[in-house]
Design a protein around this ligand. Structure first.
Ligand code: G6P
Length: 745
């Protein structure tokens, strides 16, 4: 394609030049040259005829004069000759003289510029010369030349010029193609050779003359610096859409295998009312990654957790999703009840989850759970091996359920690029130290090429934890960790959501959403609605939120009967005792507040502990006056971003916990400490009474942030970094094997 462009383009340019430049020029020039030629020819002929003509005119013989003229016009170019006397009257002329040439006119032009006439034969050149006899004017000689030969010559010349330029264009195109090919190959080979230290010396000399190696090393580091400079610039110039991501995959990671691995699957198939339904689980991880997979296709390996999951997969345990327009596959991994209990409920959710979140819930570590955790990570590693189509796939490992997987992949596929993203906070080294298997977990994660967290604070905590726990080299300048082989780059990638928001989710007008929510809850018009949307999890600060509502009603009683807090809580991890207790506490507190401030049908808290599909959640986002995100600790919290994205009316107030990663990015929200109940109650009152203009100003800034830093940018940045790492790896690998490879990143 590129080759033919290089050939055809110069050729087309040459043809355009010929048609619009060269040929008209040739025409003009030939005409000018021949006109000048005919002028001097006319002068010559007139001079030669002067004497015989004077004699003939003096004899007064018309027939002899015309016979003389006829003899001369045998010249093929001299078309006609005429003679007028000095009184502009008598005309002796050959028969061929055009009728329109009459003496009165002709003599006016004597000695002047020639006239051009058109005739049936073609263009004619008319020149009039004075005939003198002994210094007296005798008459005028009219010489008419046929110019059609000029046209013929010009056509011939044009034909040759045309062929000449086409041939020239073809030769130039050919030379361009050859030079481009040679110089590109030469440049690549030359650079490669130089990077291997061969460019400056012959292979045999390479070992013998090591003093030239530093030059190659310098060049290597220069290329690395240029690459590093180029990347961020390139990134900021992009506007991040599904197409941008697709083109990164196409341009920078062409033909590479991309796999996503997580515990939670993006679509769950369940039996409901005698048929199989597809559900979207409540999970920040799924919210973020699902649009990425839709944009880029590929395979997502995850635990098949739905009770109808096995019924819809093919013989390779795969199912195409989204159900309406399948664009990628889920490869389901099956877990036994014992595996799920030990790995998911036990080690991941009773151990790591409370370990990483400061919610004052004590982590529980059991050796049996750990064994299941190791075994299930191995099971996922086998699934990665099954799904990988090459020996160097890019594997995106997600979250705390799969901390051992990166090392397991690295051992089986040493050339793979493993990008691990930790979706939850990373604790400080003292907190992490209580985990009996801390070293194994860190070792597992350090099998990653890139390890991402939402905030710099979590990156710092991780680096400190490694420094305290392992014998590893930690480079605090580049945030690379060198531990047993390839380095791991630790980096901040704040996660986000799909932008622009899917039209299906924001189609219903805000007013309709509000009216329908009020109707559903039996609330009057003008009743203020606040919402909380979460998984029913003790880290989300749901109790603190309710306490703040209670305090608001105490401090600002005018809200009693005019304000309802709708809490949508998706049941989550409900076989864990801590979660069952928590649900109980939430129900009890809601009842207590409703008992205290409820009036007839009016309840200040509407608690909905049930699964909601995204379209229903967005109806709440759009219909609410206020959204309260009060997490006690949260990696990012995508509910905060979804609420902002849902409000294309630029109205609505967000109250956001200072302990959610999102608060770093959206300080225009009302930022609160969820443990400070009075402060949260005050924020509720401020939010409910905030002027429309202020709501708009805050919303606009937050929406601009999400539009720029959307989930495509989150994934794109990681993929670009992975692509750069692979390029560097290839260069460094060629430049001297493992040692150079270790130092390269
Ligand atoms: C958090 C975790 C995710 C998890 C989600 C839902 O956002 O980071 O990995 O998927 O909670 O929890 P669940 O246990 O239902 O998957």
């Amino acid at each position: 394609m590129r080759l033919s462009l290089r050939f055809i383009l110069p050729l087309l340019i040459a043809l355009a030049l010929i048609a619009y430049g060269v040929l008209p020029l040739v025409d003009r020039l030939t005409l000018q040259w021949f006109e000048r030629d005919l002028d001097s020819r006319s002068a010559l002929v007139a001079n030669t005829m002067q004497e015989p003509l004077v004699d003939l005119v003096r004899t007064g013989s018309k027939s002899k004069t015309i016979a003389y003229f006829n003899r001369i016009t045998q010249d093929e170019r001299l078309f006609a000759i005429g003679y007028c006397d000095a009184s502009h009257a008598t005309l002796f002329a050959t028969k061929s003289l055009p009728r329109e040439l009459v003496c009165e006119d002709l003599t006016l032009f004597a000695g002047g510029p020639p006239r051009l006439l058109s005739s049936a034969k073609g263009p004619l050149h008319v020149s009039t010369r004075a005939v003198m006899a002994d210094a007296d004017l005798l008459g005028y000689l009219v010489l008419v030349h046929d110019m059609s030969f000029i046209q013929r010559r010009s056509d011939e010349t044009k034909k040759y010029v045309f062929y000449f330029f086409v041939a020239l264009g073809a030769v130039v195109s050919l030379i361009t193609v050859v030079i481009a090919q040679l110089s590109w190959r030469g440049w690549i080979q030359g650079t490669r050779a130089l990077l291997r230290g061969e460019g400056l010396l012959r292979p045999a000399e390479r070992i013998v003359v090591p003093e030239l190696q530093p030059i190659a090393r310098d060049l290597r580091s220069l290329i690395r610096e240029l690459g590093a400079e180029y990347r961020p610039r390139d990134e900021s110039q992009l506007s991040w859409t599904p197409d941008t991501l697709r083109s990164i995959l196409h341009r920078d990671l062409k033909g590479h295998d991309v796999l996503v691995v997580s515990n939670r699957e993006p679509y769950v198939h369940v039996h409901a009312e005698g048929r199989i339904e597809t559900r979207r689980p409540a999970s920040g991880l799924v919210t973020a990654l699902e649009p990425i997979m839709r944009a880029c296709s590929g395979t997502w390996i995850a635990h098949g957790s739905g009770d109808a999951d096995r019924e819809v997969v093919d013989r390779h345990d795969r199912v195409g999703v989204p159900p309406e327009h399948p664009s990628y596959s889920i490869r389901r991994v099956w877990l036994s009840a014992a595996e799920e209990a030990g790995y998911y409920y036990g080690f991941a959710n009773e151990g790591l989850w409370p370990l990483c979140h400061i919610a004052h819930v004590r982590p529980t570590f059991r050796a049996a759970d750990w064994e299941q955790y190791v075994a299930v990570n191995q099971k996922f590693a086998r699934a990665v091996m099954d799904e990988a189509r090459s020996d160097d796939p890019i594997v995106l490992v997600q979250d705390f359920h799969l901390a051992l997987l990166p090392r397991m992949i690295r051992e089986r596929l040493p050339k793979a690029t493993v990008i691990t993203f930790w979706h939850i906070p990373w604790p400080n080294p003292e907190a992490f130290a209580i985990c009996p298997w801390r070293a194994q977990l860190l070792d597992g994660l350090l099998g990653s090429s890139i390890l991402g967290f939402h905030t710099q604070f979590h990156c710092n905590n991780f680096i400190d934890t490694v420094d305290r726990t392992l014998e590893a080299r930690v480079d605090r300048e580049t945030f690379n960790i060198f531990y047993g082989g390839k380095p791991t780059s630790v980096k901040r990638y704040p996660i986000s959501i799909e932008w622009p928001t899917s039209p299906d989710l924001i189609r219903k007008p805000v007013e309709d959403c509000r009216r329908e929510i009020r109707e559903r809850l039996g609330l009057p018009a003008e009743h203020a609605i606040s919402i909380g949307i979460d998984r029913l999890d003790y880290t989300k600060g749901i109790l603190e939120r309710f306490m703040a509502v209670e305090r608001l009603l105490e401090l600002e009683p005018q809200w009693v009967g005019h304000f309802t807090f709708v809490q949508v809580a998706a049941p989550s991890r409900s076989s864990i005792g801590e979660y069952q207790n928590f649900e109980q506490q939430v129900r009890v507190l809601a009842d207590k507040i409703n008992g205290r401030f409820g009036r007839g049908a009016y309840l200040p808290i509407a608690l909905r502990i049930e699964h909601h599909e995204p379209v229903d959640v967005y109806e709440y986002y759009r219909g609410a006056n206020l959204c309260f995100v009060s997490s006690l600790h949260d990696g990012m919290n995508l509910v905060a971003k979804e609420f902002v994205a849902a409000r294309d009316d630029e109205q609505g107030v967000l109250i956001l916990s200072q302990f959610a990663g999102a608060s770093r990015e959206m300080p225009e929200a009302l930022i609160v400490n969820p443990y400070d109940i009075d402060q949260c109650a005050a924020a509720l009152h401020v939010g409910l009474t905030m002027p429309v203009a202020e709501q708009r100003d805050r919303m606009r800034v937050m929406r601009a942030l999400i539009s720029e830093f959307n989930v495509y940018r989150w994934a794109g940045r990681m993929l670009l970094d992975a692509a750069a790492m692979r390029r560097r790896g290839r260069l460094a690998f060629g430049a001297g094997g493992a040692t150079a490879g270790r130092n390269a990143a």
